[in-house]
Design a protein around this ligand. Structure first.
Ligand code: NAX
Length: 331
């Protein structure tokens, strides 16, 4: 039998946490043969709710769940973890300036970076979900210099999955037959959902999404804005932000990273830029990646047309600006 993996979820008393922890305990993140011990962190005002989540995890009697550590102590939460899913953060409240929200999150991610660096298991893989996800991940990277930069990522898989969903709805095909969309850049409305290399499996072989849709106006317009604005549309409908889809996508992100992507398929992950596709290095930027043996690699050599270039540059500019803002918030 495998040794249990320790999985940290921060913000575990929140909405995404509530959807995510049962998925992890059921083996959706790491596989149905991988026992897990959940480490749940939240802040003192949420301690009672966090304990309620722990009670429900006990009540669900998950066979793979070998233990639950529910705590408001960041050191206890981080100790020995193999996977860290950072969902906790400070939300933007009405009337708050961007800089004020950034200051709060910079300070959270700075201190959690140190705790992870000192206490997590060697080679711990980190996924930042909390917004601003790319920049929180960058702060975490900066303040955990001994964690290899390849181990620090942010979630854009939800946007990726949303793009697959939109193509599948439009073409009336199974979502599992659509692949290789790309989310470039920031997990924000400046992201660029790109279908130029996406394909659909059909009875007569693989076909390009662009050819099948045969409507460039839709692909270059409404499709992009629908994916970019999907989070806002969910809030409008549910009066709450996306949670089950975010949780499911976080599982997809970690599962593919740890267990590998299928041959010929790539996924989108926010990773530390090495300058590929002329994206400035030193940003956490969403790229198409393949994963093997627990490591991601940016897909190289894709053609970037002029339309795409502009969109890539715009989202990179926004991330450079966010990075500068984050640095100006460091005390
Ligand atoms: P909730 O407000 O329901 O939950 C957040 C939880 O984090 C709360 O329980 C809060 O007490 C806790 N928390 C706050 N500060 C903390 C700290 N310092 N340490 C540990 N826990 C802390 O938000 P929820 O809907 O679960 O969303 C969580 C985050 O995900 C938000 O930042 C949200 O913007 C972000 N999202 C990111 C997505 C992505 O694709 N990257 C999509 C979904 C989501 O919007």
């Amino acid at each position: 039998a495998k040794e249990p993996a320790r999985v940290l979820v921060t913000g575990a008393a929140g909405q995404i946490g509530y959807a995510l922890v049962p998925m992890i305990a059921r083996g959706i993140m790491l596989g149905v043969d991988q026992p897990v011990i959940l480490h749940l962190l939240d802040i003192p005002p949420a301690a009672e709710a966090l304990n309620g989540v722990k009670m429900e995890l006990v009540d669900a009697a998950f066979p793979l769940l070998k233990g639950v550590v529910a705590t408001t102590d960041v050191v206890e939460a981080c100790t020995g973890v193999n996977i860290a899913v950072m969902v906790g953060g400070f939300p933007r409240k009405e009337g708050m300036e961007r800089k004020d929200v950034m200051t709060k999150n910079v300070s959270i991610y700075k201190s959690q970076a140190s705790a992870l660096e000192k206490h997590a298991a060697p080679n711990c893989k980190v996924l930042v979900v909390a917004n601003p996800a790319n920049t929180n991940a960058l702060i975490l990277k900066e303040f955990a210099p001994s964690i290899p930069e390849k181990n620090i990522t942010c979630l854009t898989r939800l946007d990726h999955n949303r793009a697959l969903g939109q193509v599948s709805e439009r073409l009336n095909v199974q979502v599992s037959d659509v692949k290789n969309v790309i989310i470039w850049g920031n997990h924000s409305s400046s992201q660029y959902p790109d279908v130029n290399h996406a394909t659909v499996k059909t009875p007569s072989g693989e076909k390009c999404v662009r050819e099948l849709v045969a409507d460039d106006a839709w692909l270059n317009g409404e499709f992009i804005s629908t994916v970019q604005q999907r989070g806002a549309a969910i809030i409008k409908a549910r009066k709450l932000s996306s949670a089950l889809s975010a949780a499911s996508s976080a599982c997809d992100h970690i599962r593919d990273w740890v267990l590998g992507t299928p041959e010929g398929t790539w996924v989108s992950m926010g990773v530390y830029s090495d300058g590929s596709y002329n994206v400035p290095s030193g940003l956490i930027f969403s790229f198409p990646v393949t994963c093997q043996n627990g490591e991601w690699k940016i897909v190289q050599g894709l053609s970037i047309d002029e339309f795409s270039r502009k969109k890539l540059d715009a989202t990179a500019d926004e991330l450079s600006e966010e990075k500068a803002l984050a640095y100006s918030c460091l005390s």
